[in-house]
Structure formats: C-alpha cells, structure tokens
Design a protein around this ligand. Structure first.
Ligand code: UD1
Ligand code: CA
Length: 497
C-alpha cells in the first residue's frame, strides 16, 4: 500500500478510458460522458487526467451514443494534446468486456496499461501518476486504486490476505455479509501489466450476479497465479466518485469549481468571492490579477497578470493581456490588450480586438472590430466590422451601419481621428487618419486625412415662435423672462450649425 503522492510518471503504454455505459439515470438524449462540467464534457476531464501520464496511446471505449461521442472526439482531436483512439463496445457486457474491446482495437499491449472511467471527472492526473509510479516501483502485475469510504454500498470491496496483500475484488451484489462490512472499495482505476492483462481477460467468465465479464476478476486471477497485486489508497476518496445522475453532476461541478478557484488563489490570483466565481477547467489566470464577485471565466479564457475582472462579468474564450480591466461586461472570443479598460456594461462579440490602453465603455457593442491602441469609445456605440486606428476618439452614440440587409461592409476609422457624437458611418466608408466628423453626421463618403466632414441638415431658428404659438405656457414665460422680445413676425433668422 502507498499513499498517492506527486512525481514524474514512469512509462505507460496505454490509458484506457471506459465510456461505453448507458448512463440511464441521466435521463438524457446526450450520452452521459458528454454532459459538461466546468465547461468541458465529463470525458474531456477523464482524458485530460489520462494524458497526464503521457501514455503512448490514449484509448476511449465508447458504445452508447457512440456517433455523438465520436464526433465530439473528432472535433476536439487535440483536447488532451495526444491523439485519441476509440474502440467500440457495441453492447455493454461488463467492464472486462470493455477492456477486451480496447485491446481488440489496439492489438496486444506490453508494459503498463492504466484503466479508468469516462464518468469520473474529478480524478487528477497526479493521482494516475502516483498509481503508475507505485506500480513500477513495486514491480506489480496489478495495482488497484482503492479508497476508504463511510458508505461502501454498491462498490466492489477489496479483500486482503493475512499479509495484507490484495487477494480479490468482490462486487457488492456478489459479496457475503462479512465482505460487505469492508470499507475499502475499488475505485475502478487500475494499472496492469499489459501482457498479463491480455492473457487474463481471456479467462474471465460471466458467472456472476449480472452475467457480465468483470474486469475486477483479473485481480483475483493474478493473485491466484502468484503475481504481485498491490494498491494505492486515494488520498481523497471524493476524487474517484463517478457521476450517475444530474444531482451528482451538480455536486461534482461545485467541488470542481471550489478546486479550480483554490488552485487559482494558490497561484497568486485574488478571488474576492469564491462562492460567486465560476472558472472553467482550463482557464489560465496570471498572478496578482483580481477576480471580483459574480465573474464567469469560461473555456478557452486566458488572463494575464495584474488584471481586474468583474464584478458581474462573463468572458468566454477571451484573451486578456496584463494590466487590463473588465467591469460588468459580457465578452466572447475577444482579445483585450494590455492595460485596456472595458466596461462597465460592454458587449464584446466574436473577433473583437481591443488594443493596448484602449477604452471601451458603457453600452458599447463591438463585433469583429479592431480598436487600435489608446483609442476610446466611451459611450453607447455599435462598432461592427470596423477598424479603429490608434488614438481615435469615438463619440457617444456613434454607429457603424455595417449591414445593408444583404451584405456586411467595413468601416475604416483612421489613427487619431475624431468621430463626433451620434454620427452614423454608413459602410463601406473610410475616415482617414487625423480626420474629423462633426457630431450628428451621417457619413456616406470617405473623409480624407485632415478634413472635417459635416454631414447633417443646417439648423434653422424660427424667431419668436414660442411666444406666438405657445402663448400662456411655462415655456413662453421662461422665454420672456430670459429676454425674448416677442417682436419677431415669424420671419426666419437662420443660424448655421
Ligand atoms: C465498477 C466495478 C466496481 C467498482 C466501481 C467503481 C466492475 C465489475 N465493478 O462497478 O468494483 O467499485 O466500478 O465505480 O468493474 N462500462 C463500459 N462498458 C461496460 C460496463 C461499464 O464501458 O460494459 C463503463 C461505464 O460506462 C462506467 C464504468 O465502466 O464508466 C463503470 O461501469 P459501472 O457499471 O458503473 O460499474 P459498477 O457496476 O459501478
Ligand atoms: Ca458506477
């Protein structure tokens, strides 16, 4: 017996992840192993842990819902930074049969073969490394990852001989009363000598209460043949729990979330409120960044150091460079440059780039637009399919009219240009470097460098109109108090604007 500790992994030939079971209790058309936890399917977590031992082969045994699982694996081909091969178990005839299917797909395997489950998402790669390490150190034929639990009901029990060596795993249903009192359970995770595994799988029989081929019987066969069988006791039994229904799914999600937040904190991230901070599994956050309450950082998000994120912010697959801040905002597939300031209440959509030191403020929506370094769009704008040059100033309410009902077109706004408030830039259109656009303009033609574009109706004041047409109102009284003479006869007096 050895406790799980962390070290470099010894050579592992294959990790086989069993994921062919039906998952009936999920009551779902989605295969169980594709249900997400911390933004990634259960199977992703299992494969990620398997990849941590750097096996030569990573194999998923699939069966139930296999088309869906296969297409997920194909789309996420590099999810574990290793090629993943699939083996099909057409009918779930037991865990032993599932491993037979894996070996039928890979061919005979020598060296160390690890078996684990696709529905055990909290299992850490470090634990598999510890298992492989002990397996190699002790020269075992089989090493079982076991756990001591308060309620072992339903699990296979570990039986040991007088010398404490593992003699067998007895399934709960097949166990007598005395064996059922044992609290040490089989987690379902093992390291095997591959050649021996291949031989012993051929000797399994289905003469048990479920009429299945039990992988657990390999343990007894190995021990009876005098081959060394050892164990590693999981430090944290909770890590080896499987997901069977959606209640457990939520419980696992809560535990994984707590772990991810804690890992972030221990790596130098200030998390003000762990209870309302949601981190997906592979989010990376640099040191001295602070995460304010109500923040969701979803899959694919990478945040630099010294950033401030939140409160009440969701970032999905975003990259945020050092020193940036994002306040009460919703961003997807966006890149936020160093020292940039986003929010409050900003919506960055796919393909948005906010340059270093740029500022994008309240109720500004950005889609597939590059905002240059130091540019500002502080209030109430829509910038879509646009390129905003460095240092440009986008006034309140500026809109890029990028869509004519059929086509999307580009708006180019030059460096150090100034677009006055409430202007509409009708794409395709270019405002050159250093150009100005007067407030309220509807710009349909390009503005050359250094020009001022004024594209709006001229202002006309109808002299004394209120005194004549709104006599007796507060407006008339206020106008007279302010010196309006009432001598006007209705003739217009223009005043440019
Ligand atoms: C199994 C172990 C038991 C252990 C428990 C830990 C056996 C016989 N028993 O029991 O000792 O305590 O896990 O959770 O192995 N699977 C397949 N194909 C199959 C059957 C199962 O791929 O034909 C996969 C399932 O998808 C699942 C895993 O293997 O991921 C375990 O299957 P499950 O039926 O839950 O095993 P248990 O009966 O719980
Ligand atoms: Ca199970």
């Amino acid at each position: 017996m050895a406790a799980a500790t962390q070290s470099a992994a010894p050579a592992v030939t294959a990790v086989i992840v069993l994921a062919a079971g039906q998952g009936t209790r999920m009551k779902s058309t989605l295969p169980k192993v594709l249900h997400p936890l911390a933004g990634r399917p259960l199977l992703w977590h299992a494969l990620r842990a398997g990849a941590a031992v750097s096996p030569e082969r990573l194999v998923a045994v699939i069966g139930h819902g296999r088309e869906q699982v296969e297409s997920y694996l194909a789309a996420a081909a590099d999810l574990a930074h290793l090629p993943i091969r699939t083996a099909v178990q057409a009918e779930p005839k037991g865990t032993g049969h599932a491993v037979q299917c894996a070996l039928a797909a890979t061919g005979a395997l020598d060296g160390t073969v690890i078996v684990t489950y696709g529905d055990v998402p909290l299992l850490r790669g470090e634990t598999l490394v510890a298992l492989a390490t002990e397996h190699a150190r002790a020269g075992n034929a089989v090493t079982v990852l076991t756990a001591n639990v308060d309620d072992p009901t339903g699990y296979g029990r570990i039986t040991r001989g007088a010398d404490r060596a593992v003699t067998a795993i007895v399934e709960h249903r097949d166990a007598d009363a005395k064996t059922r009192e044992l609290n040490e359970i089989n987690t379902g995770v093992y390291a095997f000598d591959g050649a021996l595994l291949g031989q012993l799988l051929g000797r399994l029989s289905a003469s048990n209460s479920q009429g299945e081929l039990y992988l657990t019987d390999v343990v007894q066969l190995a021990a009876a043949a005098g081959r060394p069988v050892g164990s590693v006791v999981a430090e944290d039994a909770a890590e080896t729990e499987g997901v069977n229904d959606r209640v457990q799914l939520a419980e696992m999600a809560a535990r994984l979330r707590a772990r991810l937040v804690r890992d972030a904190q221990l790596s130098g991230v200030t998390v003000h409120d762990p209870a309302t901070t949601y981190l997906h599994a592979d989010v990376r956050i640099g040191p001295d960044t602070e995460i304010l309450p109500g923040t969701h950082l979803e899959a694919g998000t990478v945040i630099g150091s010294n950033c401030s994120i939140g409160p009440d912010t969701t970032l999905i697959a975003c990259h945020v460079d050092d020193g940036a801040s994002v306040v009460r905002s919703h961003c997807r597939d966006a890149h936020i440059g160093a020292g940039a300031q986003v929010g409050p209440f900003t919506h960055l959509r796919a393909g948005s780039e906010v340059g270093a030191g740029a500022q994008v403020g309240a109720f500004v929506e950005v889609k597939k637009a590059v905002i240059g370094a130091g540019a500002k769009a502080h209030h109430l704008s829509y910038l879509g399919d646009a390129r905003v040059g460095a240092g440009a100033n986008i006034g309140a309410g500026v809109i890029t009219a990028n869509y004519d009902g059929v086509h999307k077109s580009l708006t180019a706004i030059g460096a150090q240009s100034f677009v006055g408030s409430n202007s509409t830039l009708v794409a395709p259109v270019t405002i050159a470097d250093g150009a100005y656009v007067a407030a309220g303009s509807v710009v349909t033609e390009d503005v050359p460098a250094g020009d001022l574009a004024v594209a709006r109706g001229h202002q006309h004041n109808s002299s004394g109109w209120v005194l004549r047409r709104r006599a007796g109102t507060g407006s008339e009284a206020a106008a007279r108090a302010a010196g309006a003479s009432g001598t006007g006869n209705g003739a217009a007096s223009g005043s440019g604007g």
